[in-house]
Design a protein around this ligand. Structure first.
Ligand code: SF4
Ligand code: SF4
Length: 367
C-alpha cells in the first residue's frame, strides 16, 4: 500500500523545518531506509526562476538544508541540481538567489548543472540521474496554468535538459497532451523519495505569478503519484480532476485512489483549503469533462504583456516555442494567430508582466 506522510510546519525557521522534514521522512521509513552509507544522492528541488526564497517560486532552501543533513547523517554524499525551464536563465544566478548555493556551502553539498544528457526514448535526461544511487525530488506546492497543480510528478520534468522542454510545450500545449509527456519523464526519472515543500504554497496563476498561501505542510512519500493525490485533496480537488495524476496512474506509476493510500502523520483533513484559488485556466469542478471538451475550442485564454511592467529582458521572447512575441522599447506584443497558449511566457517572466486574459465565454463558465 502506498504511504504518504503529512506533517504540520508553520514557518521556515531552520530548526522547525528540520524537525518537520525529519518527522515526515521517519513516518515513511526514515532516511536510513532510502540512503545507505557511501551512496551518491541527487536532491532535485524546483528551481524555476532567479527569485528570493520569500517569493515562494522556488523550493525553500531550509527544506533542502534539512534533507542534506538527513542524507549526510545516513552516510550519503549529496548533489543538488536542476535545469530551470526557459531559455536565457543563468543557473548560477538561480543557485545564488534561491539560497541553494549557501546551503551547499554550509552543509557540504555539491551544486550540479544539468547540461550533459543521456537520451531515453528520444528525451534528453540529465546524465546525473543515471549516475547517482538515489534521487530525492523536492517540489514546491504551486498551481500551474496548464497542469493545474505542480508537485511531485511534475518536478522531475526539470531533469530534462536543453531545448526539449520548450519543444514539448509547442507540441503539447494542452493539459492532456502535456500530461502524457510529463508522465513519461516521471517513468524515466522515478525518484526514490519525494519531499514536498508546502509550508508556503502558491495559489492563483502559478507557478510564478500567483499569490502566496500558507498551507503549513510538509509531505513525504516514495510514491509521488500518491503524494500528488493527497495534494489534490488538500487544495479541494479530487485526484481524478488532475490529468497528470490520472495519466501517471494509468501507466502504473503510482496510486491515486485515496482509499488505497495510507496517510500518516497529522490529520490531512485539517490541511484542506476548500477556497484554494486555482489558475484562471483551470476548468475543474464546474463542468463535466465531456461538456468541457466540447466547449474547449470556444474558450480562450490569452497571455497579455503589460508594457508598463515589462523590463524588456526578452526572457519570454527567447522562451516562446513558436517565436510569436515581439519586445521592443516602444511596444510589446504577441501574435495570437501563432500563439499555442502554452503559457511558458507567463511562467518565465520574472517581473509578473504577463497577465492571462480570458474571453467572454471563459468568464461566463469559469466565473
Ligand atoms: S514580459 Fe517579462 S519576460 Fe517578457 S521581456 Fe517583459 S519582463 Fe521580460
Ligand atoms: S506567446 Fe506565450 S503562450 Fe503563446 S506560444 Fe508563446 S510562450 Fe506560449
Amino acid at each position: 500500500m502506498a504511504k504518504v506522510s503529512i506533517v504540520r510546519c508553520q514557518d521556515y525557521d531552520s530548526s522547525k523545518v528540520f524537525e518537520a522534514v525529519k518527522r515526515s521522512v521517519d513516518l515513511v521509513g526514515g532516511m536510513g531506509e532510502y540512503v545507505k552509507p557511501g551512496m551518491k544522492v541527487l536532491i532535485k528541488p524546483n528551481l524555476l526562476s532567479d527569485r528570493k526564497p520569500e517569493d515562494g517560486v522556488d523550493t525553500h532552501p531550509e527544506v533542502v538544508r534539512a534533507i542534506v543533513k538527513l542524507v549526510k547523517a545516513s552516510g550519503g554524499t549529496v548533489m543538488i541540481g536542476d535545469s530551470p525551464g526557459g531559455y536565457g536563465k543563468n543557473i548560477d544566478e538561480i543557485f545564488e538567489s534561491s539560497g541553494m548555493k549557501l546551503v551547499a556551502e554550509e552543509e557540504g553539498a555539491e551544486l550540479v548543472k544539468f547540461t550533459n544528457s543521456r537520451f531515453v526514448d528520444n528525451i534528453p535526461v540529465a546524465r546525473q540521474i543515471f549516475e547517482v544511487d538515489r534521487i530525492i525530488s523536492v517540489p514546491k506546492l504551486k498551481t500551474h496554468c496548464v497542469t493545474v497543480i505542480t508537485a511531485g510528478i511534475k518536478n522531475v520534468f526539470g531533469a530534462v535538459t536543453g531545448l526539449y522542454k520548450a519543444s514539448c510545450h509547442s507540441k503539447a500545449p494542452k493539459e492532456e497532451d502535456l500530461a502524457k509527456i510529463l508522465a513519461k519523464v516521471y517513468s524515466i526519472v522515478r525518484p526514490h523519495l519525494t519531499i514536498l515543500d508546502g509550508i508556503v504554497a502558491m495559489e492563483g496563476d502559478g507557478p510564478s505569478s500567483g499569490t502566496l498561501r500558507k498551507m503549513d505542510l510538509v509531505m513525504a512519500s516514495a510514491d509521488a503519484v500518491a503524494m500528488d493525490s493527497c495534494v489534490a485533496r488538500v487544495v479541494g480537488l479530487e485526484p481524478g480532476d488532475i490529468r497528470l495524476i490520472t495519466e501517471a496512474h494509468s501507466n502504473g506509476l503510482g496510486e491515486m485512489d485515496l482509499k488505497k493510500i495510507e496517510i500518516v502523520g497529522d490529520d490531512i483533513g485539517s490541511f484542506v483549503a476548500k477556497d484554494f484559488k486555482l489558475p484562471q485556466t483551470a476548468p475543474l469542478k464546474i463542468l463535466p469533462r465531456a461538456l468541457l471538451n466540447s466547449l474547449a475550442a470556444l474558450v480562450k485564454f490569452n497571455p497579455v504583456i503589460n508594457a508598463a511592467l515589462c523590463a524588456r529582458c526578452n526572457l519570454c521572447k527567447v522562451t516562446c516555442p513558436v517565436s510569436c512575441i515581439t519586445i521592443e522599447e516602444r511596444s510589446c506584443s504577441i501574435d495570437y494567430a501563432k500563439c499555442v497558449r502554452c503559457m511558458c511566457c507567463h511562467e518565465v517572466c520574472p517581473y509578473r508582466a504577463i497577465d492571462i486574459k480570458r474571453n467572454f465565454l471563459a468568464k461566463v463558465i469559469w466565473g
